[in-house]
Design a protein around this ligand. Sequence first.
Ligand SMILES: *Cc1c(COP(=O)(O)O)cnc(C)c1O
Length: 377
Amino acid sequence: MKIPVNEPVIAPESKRAVLEALETGWISSAGPAILRFEQEFAAFVGMKHGIAVMNGTAALHLALASLRIGPGDEVIVPDFTMIATVTAVMYTGATPVFVDVDRETFAMDPMQVALSVTPRTKAILPVHLYGHSADMDPILAIARKHELAVVEDAAEVHGATYKGKQCGSMGLMNCFSFYANKLITTGEGGMVVTNDDALAARAKCLRDLAHSPEKRFVHTDLGFNYRMTNLQAALGVGQLAHLDEYVQKKQWMARRYSEELSSIRGLRLPITKDYATNVYWMYAVLVEDACGITRDELRSRLLERGIDTRDFFYPCHRQPFLSTHPQAKTSFPISEDIAARGFYLPSGLALTEEQLSAVCTAVRDITSERYTLPTLP
Ligand SMILES: *Cc1c(COP(=O)(O)O)cnc(C)c1O
């Protein structure tokens, strides 16, 4: 049996909507589904404007560019994140300033953020990881005190909340991804959401090569072509209608995994803080020393049984392409530790009870072998 780490689910009405877009000829970035997806998704998050783009990385870059972040500026980012968070900052010419993370939520540690603000800091970019919110209130307080923009990277948390508020509704401009493995997908896709009319207008303009509103083919700014296609948006509208169900499926998966795996010594299961509702984008665990097996050994033993898993992100400051970054030699103990110990189990929306049980049996077998004493002669 082969169990993939992720397998998406496409709702039947999404398929019909894509076909309809094809049949009516609305295949590029003009078309009725784009506005509808933008409005419905923004309304779901509780924000006024949605600006749909071609992927989550573009959403992050577009948000930062709309905020006029550029060379000489600093943006505070967690050291433990998907690399797009960092590259988006670098596309603007600004410097990403890394901070260490919280060992329970894996998100940026507000205390470290407070210590990293300099006169050049322009924004804080918290990332909500694996379905769980960052601790936003202290981050928002630091931002208010120093008049910094907050841009949430909400790529992994569609539907998750922090103290009752949707993730992606707390910063000035917030970003989502609709990549194939995210809670809702458009194949590739992303969105910026904001309540600010002027920033929304600027983001829409920059998304479309910054055509001057007065005269097409006259450009007042350095823009990008980050447009989403109507085909993708059609897919998105149908997916969004099922988000509640997808979140419930992920929460069911997490409950079942936790029931089956909680007795394994040294395997740290996901932690949900009081302030959060966790949508368990991925079921992420840490392999502690007490487990008696390393993360990499456990993963390769699972793979031998046909079970695909993913290890955690690599600490950003250690990325080879950042070897000349001022913090390349700095130590970020928690980020480094969780990056070495963490991985996630098969967590796709198509995961069946049978597959889940097989994964749990395999994890239990492999980890318990370490404790079986040799039988005495
Ligand atoms: C997926 C993801 C992104 C990037 O999204 P793409 O659509 O793949 O460009 C950014 N940040 C985080 C935390 C992600 O998980």
